[in-house]
Design a protein around this ligand. Structure first.
Ligand code: GTR
Length: 331
């Protein structure tokens, strides 16, 4: 009896401890994060790693629950969910974010960066910080936390391979949902079809589109290479990505926690990059092993692509003139 009582008492004690812990646990905040890519993809891994650091630094008060593989929808949906606070983090392309925060569209101009190295210098430096701040101060309900690298984008098709620009003629090419990319594809002679990322694979499969354009890791690890058998390296777009946070949720954090999110976000930016380098090589190897026809456009042909997008620059370039100059001046 005594023992039983002792056990019961201990149970109550334990319960109250759990309850106390429970009260603390109620303060725990699980931050939902969305990514269109699968587990293991550099952006997913970098955000998960940021989550682990946050959990450690806040003694478990904050943690990140990653929803990869478009479980919560495409990127437009992810941005909207972050805006209303339904999720905390959206890792999205600047292609998808440009229609929300127009200043970012400067990065969506074809061939605006000389190469991916140049893009990295820009996002790591003052311009990168300035654009993160533009997002934060946009009044659109999101905070710019960190940049992510997404290499360069290239065309791929299901039927007719693209050796040069003439081969694009009349092909229905999926682009991200941003008018700039429709204009870009059209200026190259293709028919640009804006679709959410969640629709690309099935649209390639059913022939709704003849092709799309993306970096090697997306092409391979999101399985588009199973339907599109040729991949043409022309690097028409180098579009970085951003990790944004719901402002509503960010504002609910303490000053220290906000600083932690930013600090670990910056670390995630660098971590993603290292993973990206490896993943890009892996993707190319996998594509080759699967018998994908890899076509490298000649320098002369690349020049033709660059000349063809002049109307895009004429239409969108002038309002970003000052920023374009700063980008070009970045070593
Ligand atoms: C990928 C990018 C995604 C998404 C996708 C797309 O390269 O990582 O965020 O934007 O492209 O084409 O929609």
């Amino acid at each position: 009896m005594t023992t039983r009582r002792a056990i019961l008492a201990a149970g109550v004690l334990a319960a109250s401890t759990v309850f106390a812990g429970g009260a603390f646990a109620a303060d725990k905040l699980v931050l939902k994060a969305s990514d269109v890519h699968p587990t293991g993809y550099p952006t997913v891994a970098a955000v998960e790693s940021m989550g682990k650091k946050l959990e450690k630094a806040t003694n478990g008060r904050l943690s990140v629950a990653m929803y990869p593989s478009m479980q919560l929808g495409g990127e437009k949906e992810a941005i909207e969910q972050a805006q209303v606070g339904a999720i905390a983090f959206a890792r999205v392309s600047v292609g998808a974010l440009g229609p929300v925060v127009d200043d970012l569209n400067v990065f969506n101009l074809p061939y605006v960066f000389r190469n991916t190295e140049h893009m990295r210098h820009v996002i790591d430096g003052p311009i990168g910080q300035e654009l993160l701040d533009k997002v934060t101060n946009s009044g659109k309900g999101i905070v710019g936390i960190a940049w992510m690298d997404a290499g360069a984008r290239n065309f791929y098709t299901t039927k007719k391979p693209i050796h040069n620009m003439a081969d694009l003629k009349g092909q229905k090419i999926r682009v991200m949902g941003n008018p700039m990319f429709v204009d870009m594809a059209n200026s190259m002679g293709a028919n640009g079809v804006p679709l959410g990322y969640d629709q690309v694979f099935s649209s390639l499969q059913t022939g709704v589109i003849d092709g799309a354009e993306n970096n090697p890791p997306s092409f391979v690890f999101d399985n588009h290479y199973q339907v599109a058998k040729s991949y043409t390296i022309d690097e028409h777009l180098i579009v970085p990505e951003m990790l944004v946070m719901s402002k509503k949720i960010f504002d609910s954090l303490s000053k220290e926690e906000q600083a932690d999110v930013k600090k670990f976000g910056r670390e995630a930016q660098m971590e993603e990059r290292a993973l990206w380098n490896v993943y890009q090589d892996k993707a190319m190897e996998k594509a080759k092993a699967a018998g994908i026809q890899i076509i490298q456009v000649s320098d002369a042909d690349k020049k033709k692509f660059q000349e063809a997008v002049k109307p895009v620059w004429d239409k969108y370039g002038p309002k970003y003139a000052a920023m374009i100059k700063r980008i070009q001046d970045t070593k």
